[in-house]
Design a protein around this ligand. Structure first.
Ligand code: MIC
Ligand code: SF4
Length: 644
């Protein structure tokens, strides 16, 4: 029986566990990436593990999220990360060099390699045939130290692409179609593998847009084959040597299949407030808009920007619209400056932002009250833009630029002939903003620079045998990590200070939560389905840990957040019967005992609602490694024990 592409790469990298669907496998990790918003914590954890030099083939620390320096905090974090990188063998991509996923694709990624990154959009690397997975900072720290990264052996979904995109339909519209069909929960426990004749009609940046936003499906990752188009891209990046051809065997067996005819794809938008709330542009109609933001790791490639410049050339942004553009990397921005496309953008009235995440993570450009914002980004969760009642629509760069001129949502197919923008024969290569690490001989003399806002990892303790405490918060379905631990310009600078950032925990749902949880000392959170979707930020587990949360009991979890809870030593329980969700109200006192034995033996656990007297059966299925992590009080304690 033939193998899927995913299986081929996993087989090459498995170091622990059995190659059996649904079981846990440990993977050797070739490359890691971090960004600054998760990076400070990841490097504090790396230092706490105590390994002198990274053991990966390539580890890169990017500065791209917290680039708004309105106080000392972010600048201090950047210096800290830079100093750890220099000392411990990590390449350091300086602020200004670009968004981690875009730069990694351009300069470091390689087909057939494994990559984990402390950012949920790490699957962007699947655009060149990598198994690239988003993970918590602690998992990345362990992988930098040479430890395996553990995933559940995934189901593999074949997306069979046929045909060719019509004029002005974009890769973004393809992934929006996949989201429409599979929803934000549809990818959990799965790898999405793209195959079929349509693959060769898509350039690398187009493929990367699709794998990037596979994160919104909840998928473990997404991947494209590595073919002659991948080679052309890598050649143009001066990196043909890392190319190898990779594809699934013709008789590979998949768990699920989906067919997409590219020629039937229409320009579409994800409507507020979920990336799977998809409508076609014609269905929504010519809605008046207030803001357009172009950029982010989903849509900020050279080709995306050239299309935008072509649409803006000689025009003026509509007087009622604010247009901002953030090219994805220094390479992209530099090439636009050199060929004059940047002039066309500026001349049309675009506000050019630095090559960083910016508005995507609420770092500036929050829309006006109730404002309608079109964004080429990947997430439109409530409040993420920084404006609580902002209405964010996710669209392609083509739709965004056409609408910025018209002042209303506009189908780009009304623009006439589409320009042909091929992959450049040669990208402009200058890695002067990537600092190599110190040599082994020099590393001891590098000093780690720690600012006053950088506080240690919260205290942990081995699992207690009995827990009795109130439910401090009850929330519904599809709670995102942006609900649990919001980001944005005011809160992101606190990422290195868990006590401080925890004061904002669940601010989107209930501002009184942090104080209440702290006063209770220990408590339990109850939630609905797909709890913790979205970002990889382990702060969504560390802030609850700091606030005394012992158990999170929900209908179902998103993958990365569940791992982050386990890594933080918080018990991830699910209801054996979903209807039991109704048996708990906020404030009820919940109790369970004999936990250690139950966890060790993988038995269901009964929680008694002491307020109502009702019994609630809970499931806590853990691999044997996850059991040991939970019993030890979290991954940090577990790893330290292992190293002893
Ligand atoms: C995001 O897009 O939500 C982020 C900000 O990139 C996060 C990481 C973070 O919270 O720092 C992600 O996607 O993992
Ligand atoms: Fe940055 Fe936005 Fe991409 Fe997250 S999704 S890495 S915030 S650009």
């Amino acid at each position: 029986m033939g193998l899927t592409l995913t299986e081929k790469i996993l087989k090459d990298h498995i170091v622990d566990g059995e190659f059996v669907k649904g079981s846990e496998i440990g993977l050797r990790i070739d490359q890691t990436l971090t960004q600054d918003a998760t990076g400070t914590m990841a490097y504090l954890e790396f230092l706490a593990i105590g390994i002198p030099r990274v053991k990966t083939e390539r580890s890169v620390a990017y500065i791209d999220h917290n680039t708004l320096q309105s106080g000392f905090e972010n600048a201090d974090d950047h210096r800290f990360i830079g100093s750890v990188a220099k000392k411990h063998g990590i390449y350091f991509s300086r602020p200004g060099n670009g968004i981690c996923h875009q730069v990694h694709l351009e300069r470091f990624g390689a087909p057939g390699k494994t990559l984990i990154g402390s950012d949920s959009h790490t699957p962007t690397g699947g655009g060149i045939g990598m198994i690239a997975i988003g993970a918590g900072g602690l998992d990345v720290a362990v992988a930098m130290g040479g430890g395996a990264y553990y995933i559940t052996y995934p189901k593999i979904v074949k997306v069979n692409l046929t045909g060719k995109l019509g004029p002005w339909s974009a890769a973004k519209d393809v992934i929006l179609e996949v989201l429409k069909r599979l929803t934000v929960k549809g990818g959990v426990g799965k790898v999405i593998e793209y195959c079929g004749e349509g693959v060769k009609t898509l350039s690398v940046p187009e493929r990367a847009t699709i794998t990037n936003m596979g994160a919104e499906l909840g998928a473990t990752t997404s991947i494209f084959p590595s073919d002659e188009i991948t080679l052309e891209f890598l050649k143009a990046q001066g990196r043909a040597d890392v190319w190898k051809e990779l594809s699934a065997d013709s008789d590979a067996v998949y768990d699920e299949e989906l067919n997409i005819d590219l020629s039937a794809i229409e320009p579409a938008a994800a409507c507020p407030h979920s990336p799977d709330n998809i409508k076609s542009i014609s269905e929504i109609g010519s809605m008046k808009i207030d803001q357009v933001c172009i950029g982010s790791c989903t849509n900020s490639s050279y080709q995306d920007m050239m299309k935008v410049a072509h649409i803006l050339k000689g025009k003026t942004v509509h007087p009622d619209v604010s247009l901002s553009i953030a090219p994805g990397s220094k390479q992209v921005l530099g090439m636009l400056a050199e060929n004059g496309a940047l002039y066309d953008m500026i001349d049309a009235g675009a506000r050019i932002l630095e090559s960083a995440c910016g508005p995507c993570i609420g770092m500036g450009q929050s829309p006006n009250s109730g404002g309608i914002s079109l964004r080429t980004f990947n997430r439109n969760f409530e409040g993420r833009s920084g404006t609580k009642d902002g209405q964010v629509y996710l669209v392609s760069p083509e739709t965004a630029a056409a609408s910025a001129i018209a002042g209303v949502l506009t189908d780009p197919r009304t623009l006439g002939d589409e320009p042909c923008i091929p992959t450049p024969e040669q990208f402009k290569i200058n890695d002067n903003m990537v600092e190599p690490p110190a040599s082994e001989a020099e590393m001891d003399s590098v000093e780690i620079l720690r600012g006053p806002n950088i506080k240690p990892y919260p205290d942990t303790a081995p699992l207690s045998d009995a827990i009795e405490c109130p439910c401090s918060l009850k929330v519904g379905d599809n709670i995102t990590t942006d609900h649990i631990m919001p980001a944005g310009a005011k809160i992101l600078p606190l990422r290195s200070n868990i006590p401080k950032i925890s004061e904002h925990c669940f601010a989107v749902c209930d501002e009184t939560f942090p104080e209440r949880a702290k006063a209770l000392g220990s408590s339990i959170i109850v939630g609905g389905a797909n709890y913790g979707q979205g970002s990889s930020r382990e702060h969504a587990a560390l802030a609850p840990l700091y606030l005394g949360v012992k158990i999170v009991l929900v209908k179902s979890f998103a993958r990365i957040h569940r791992s982050n809870l386990i890594n933080a030593g918080i018990l991830p329980f699910t209801f054996a019967k979903e209807a039991d969700y109704d048996k708990i109200s906020q404030g009820d006192v919940l109790s369970c005992d004999n936990l250690i034995e139950a966890i060790k033996q993988g038995k269901n656990i009964t929680i008694t609602n002491k307020t109502t007297g009702e019994a609630i059966e809970c499931v806590c299925e853990l691999s044997s490694r996850a059991k040991d992590i939970i019993l030890a009080g979290g991954l940090l304690d577990y790893t330290r024990e292992q190293l002893k």
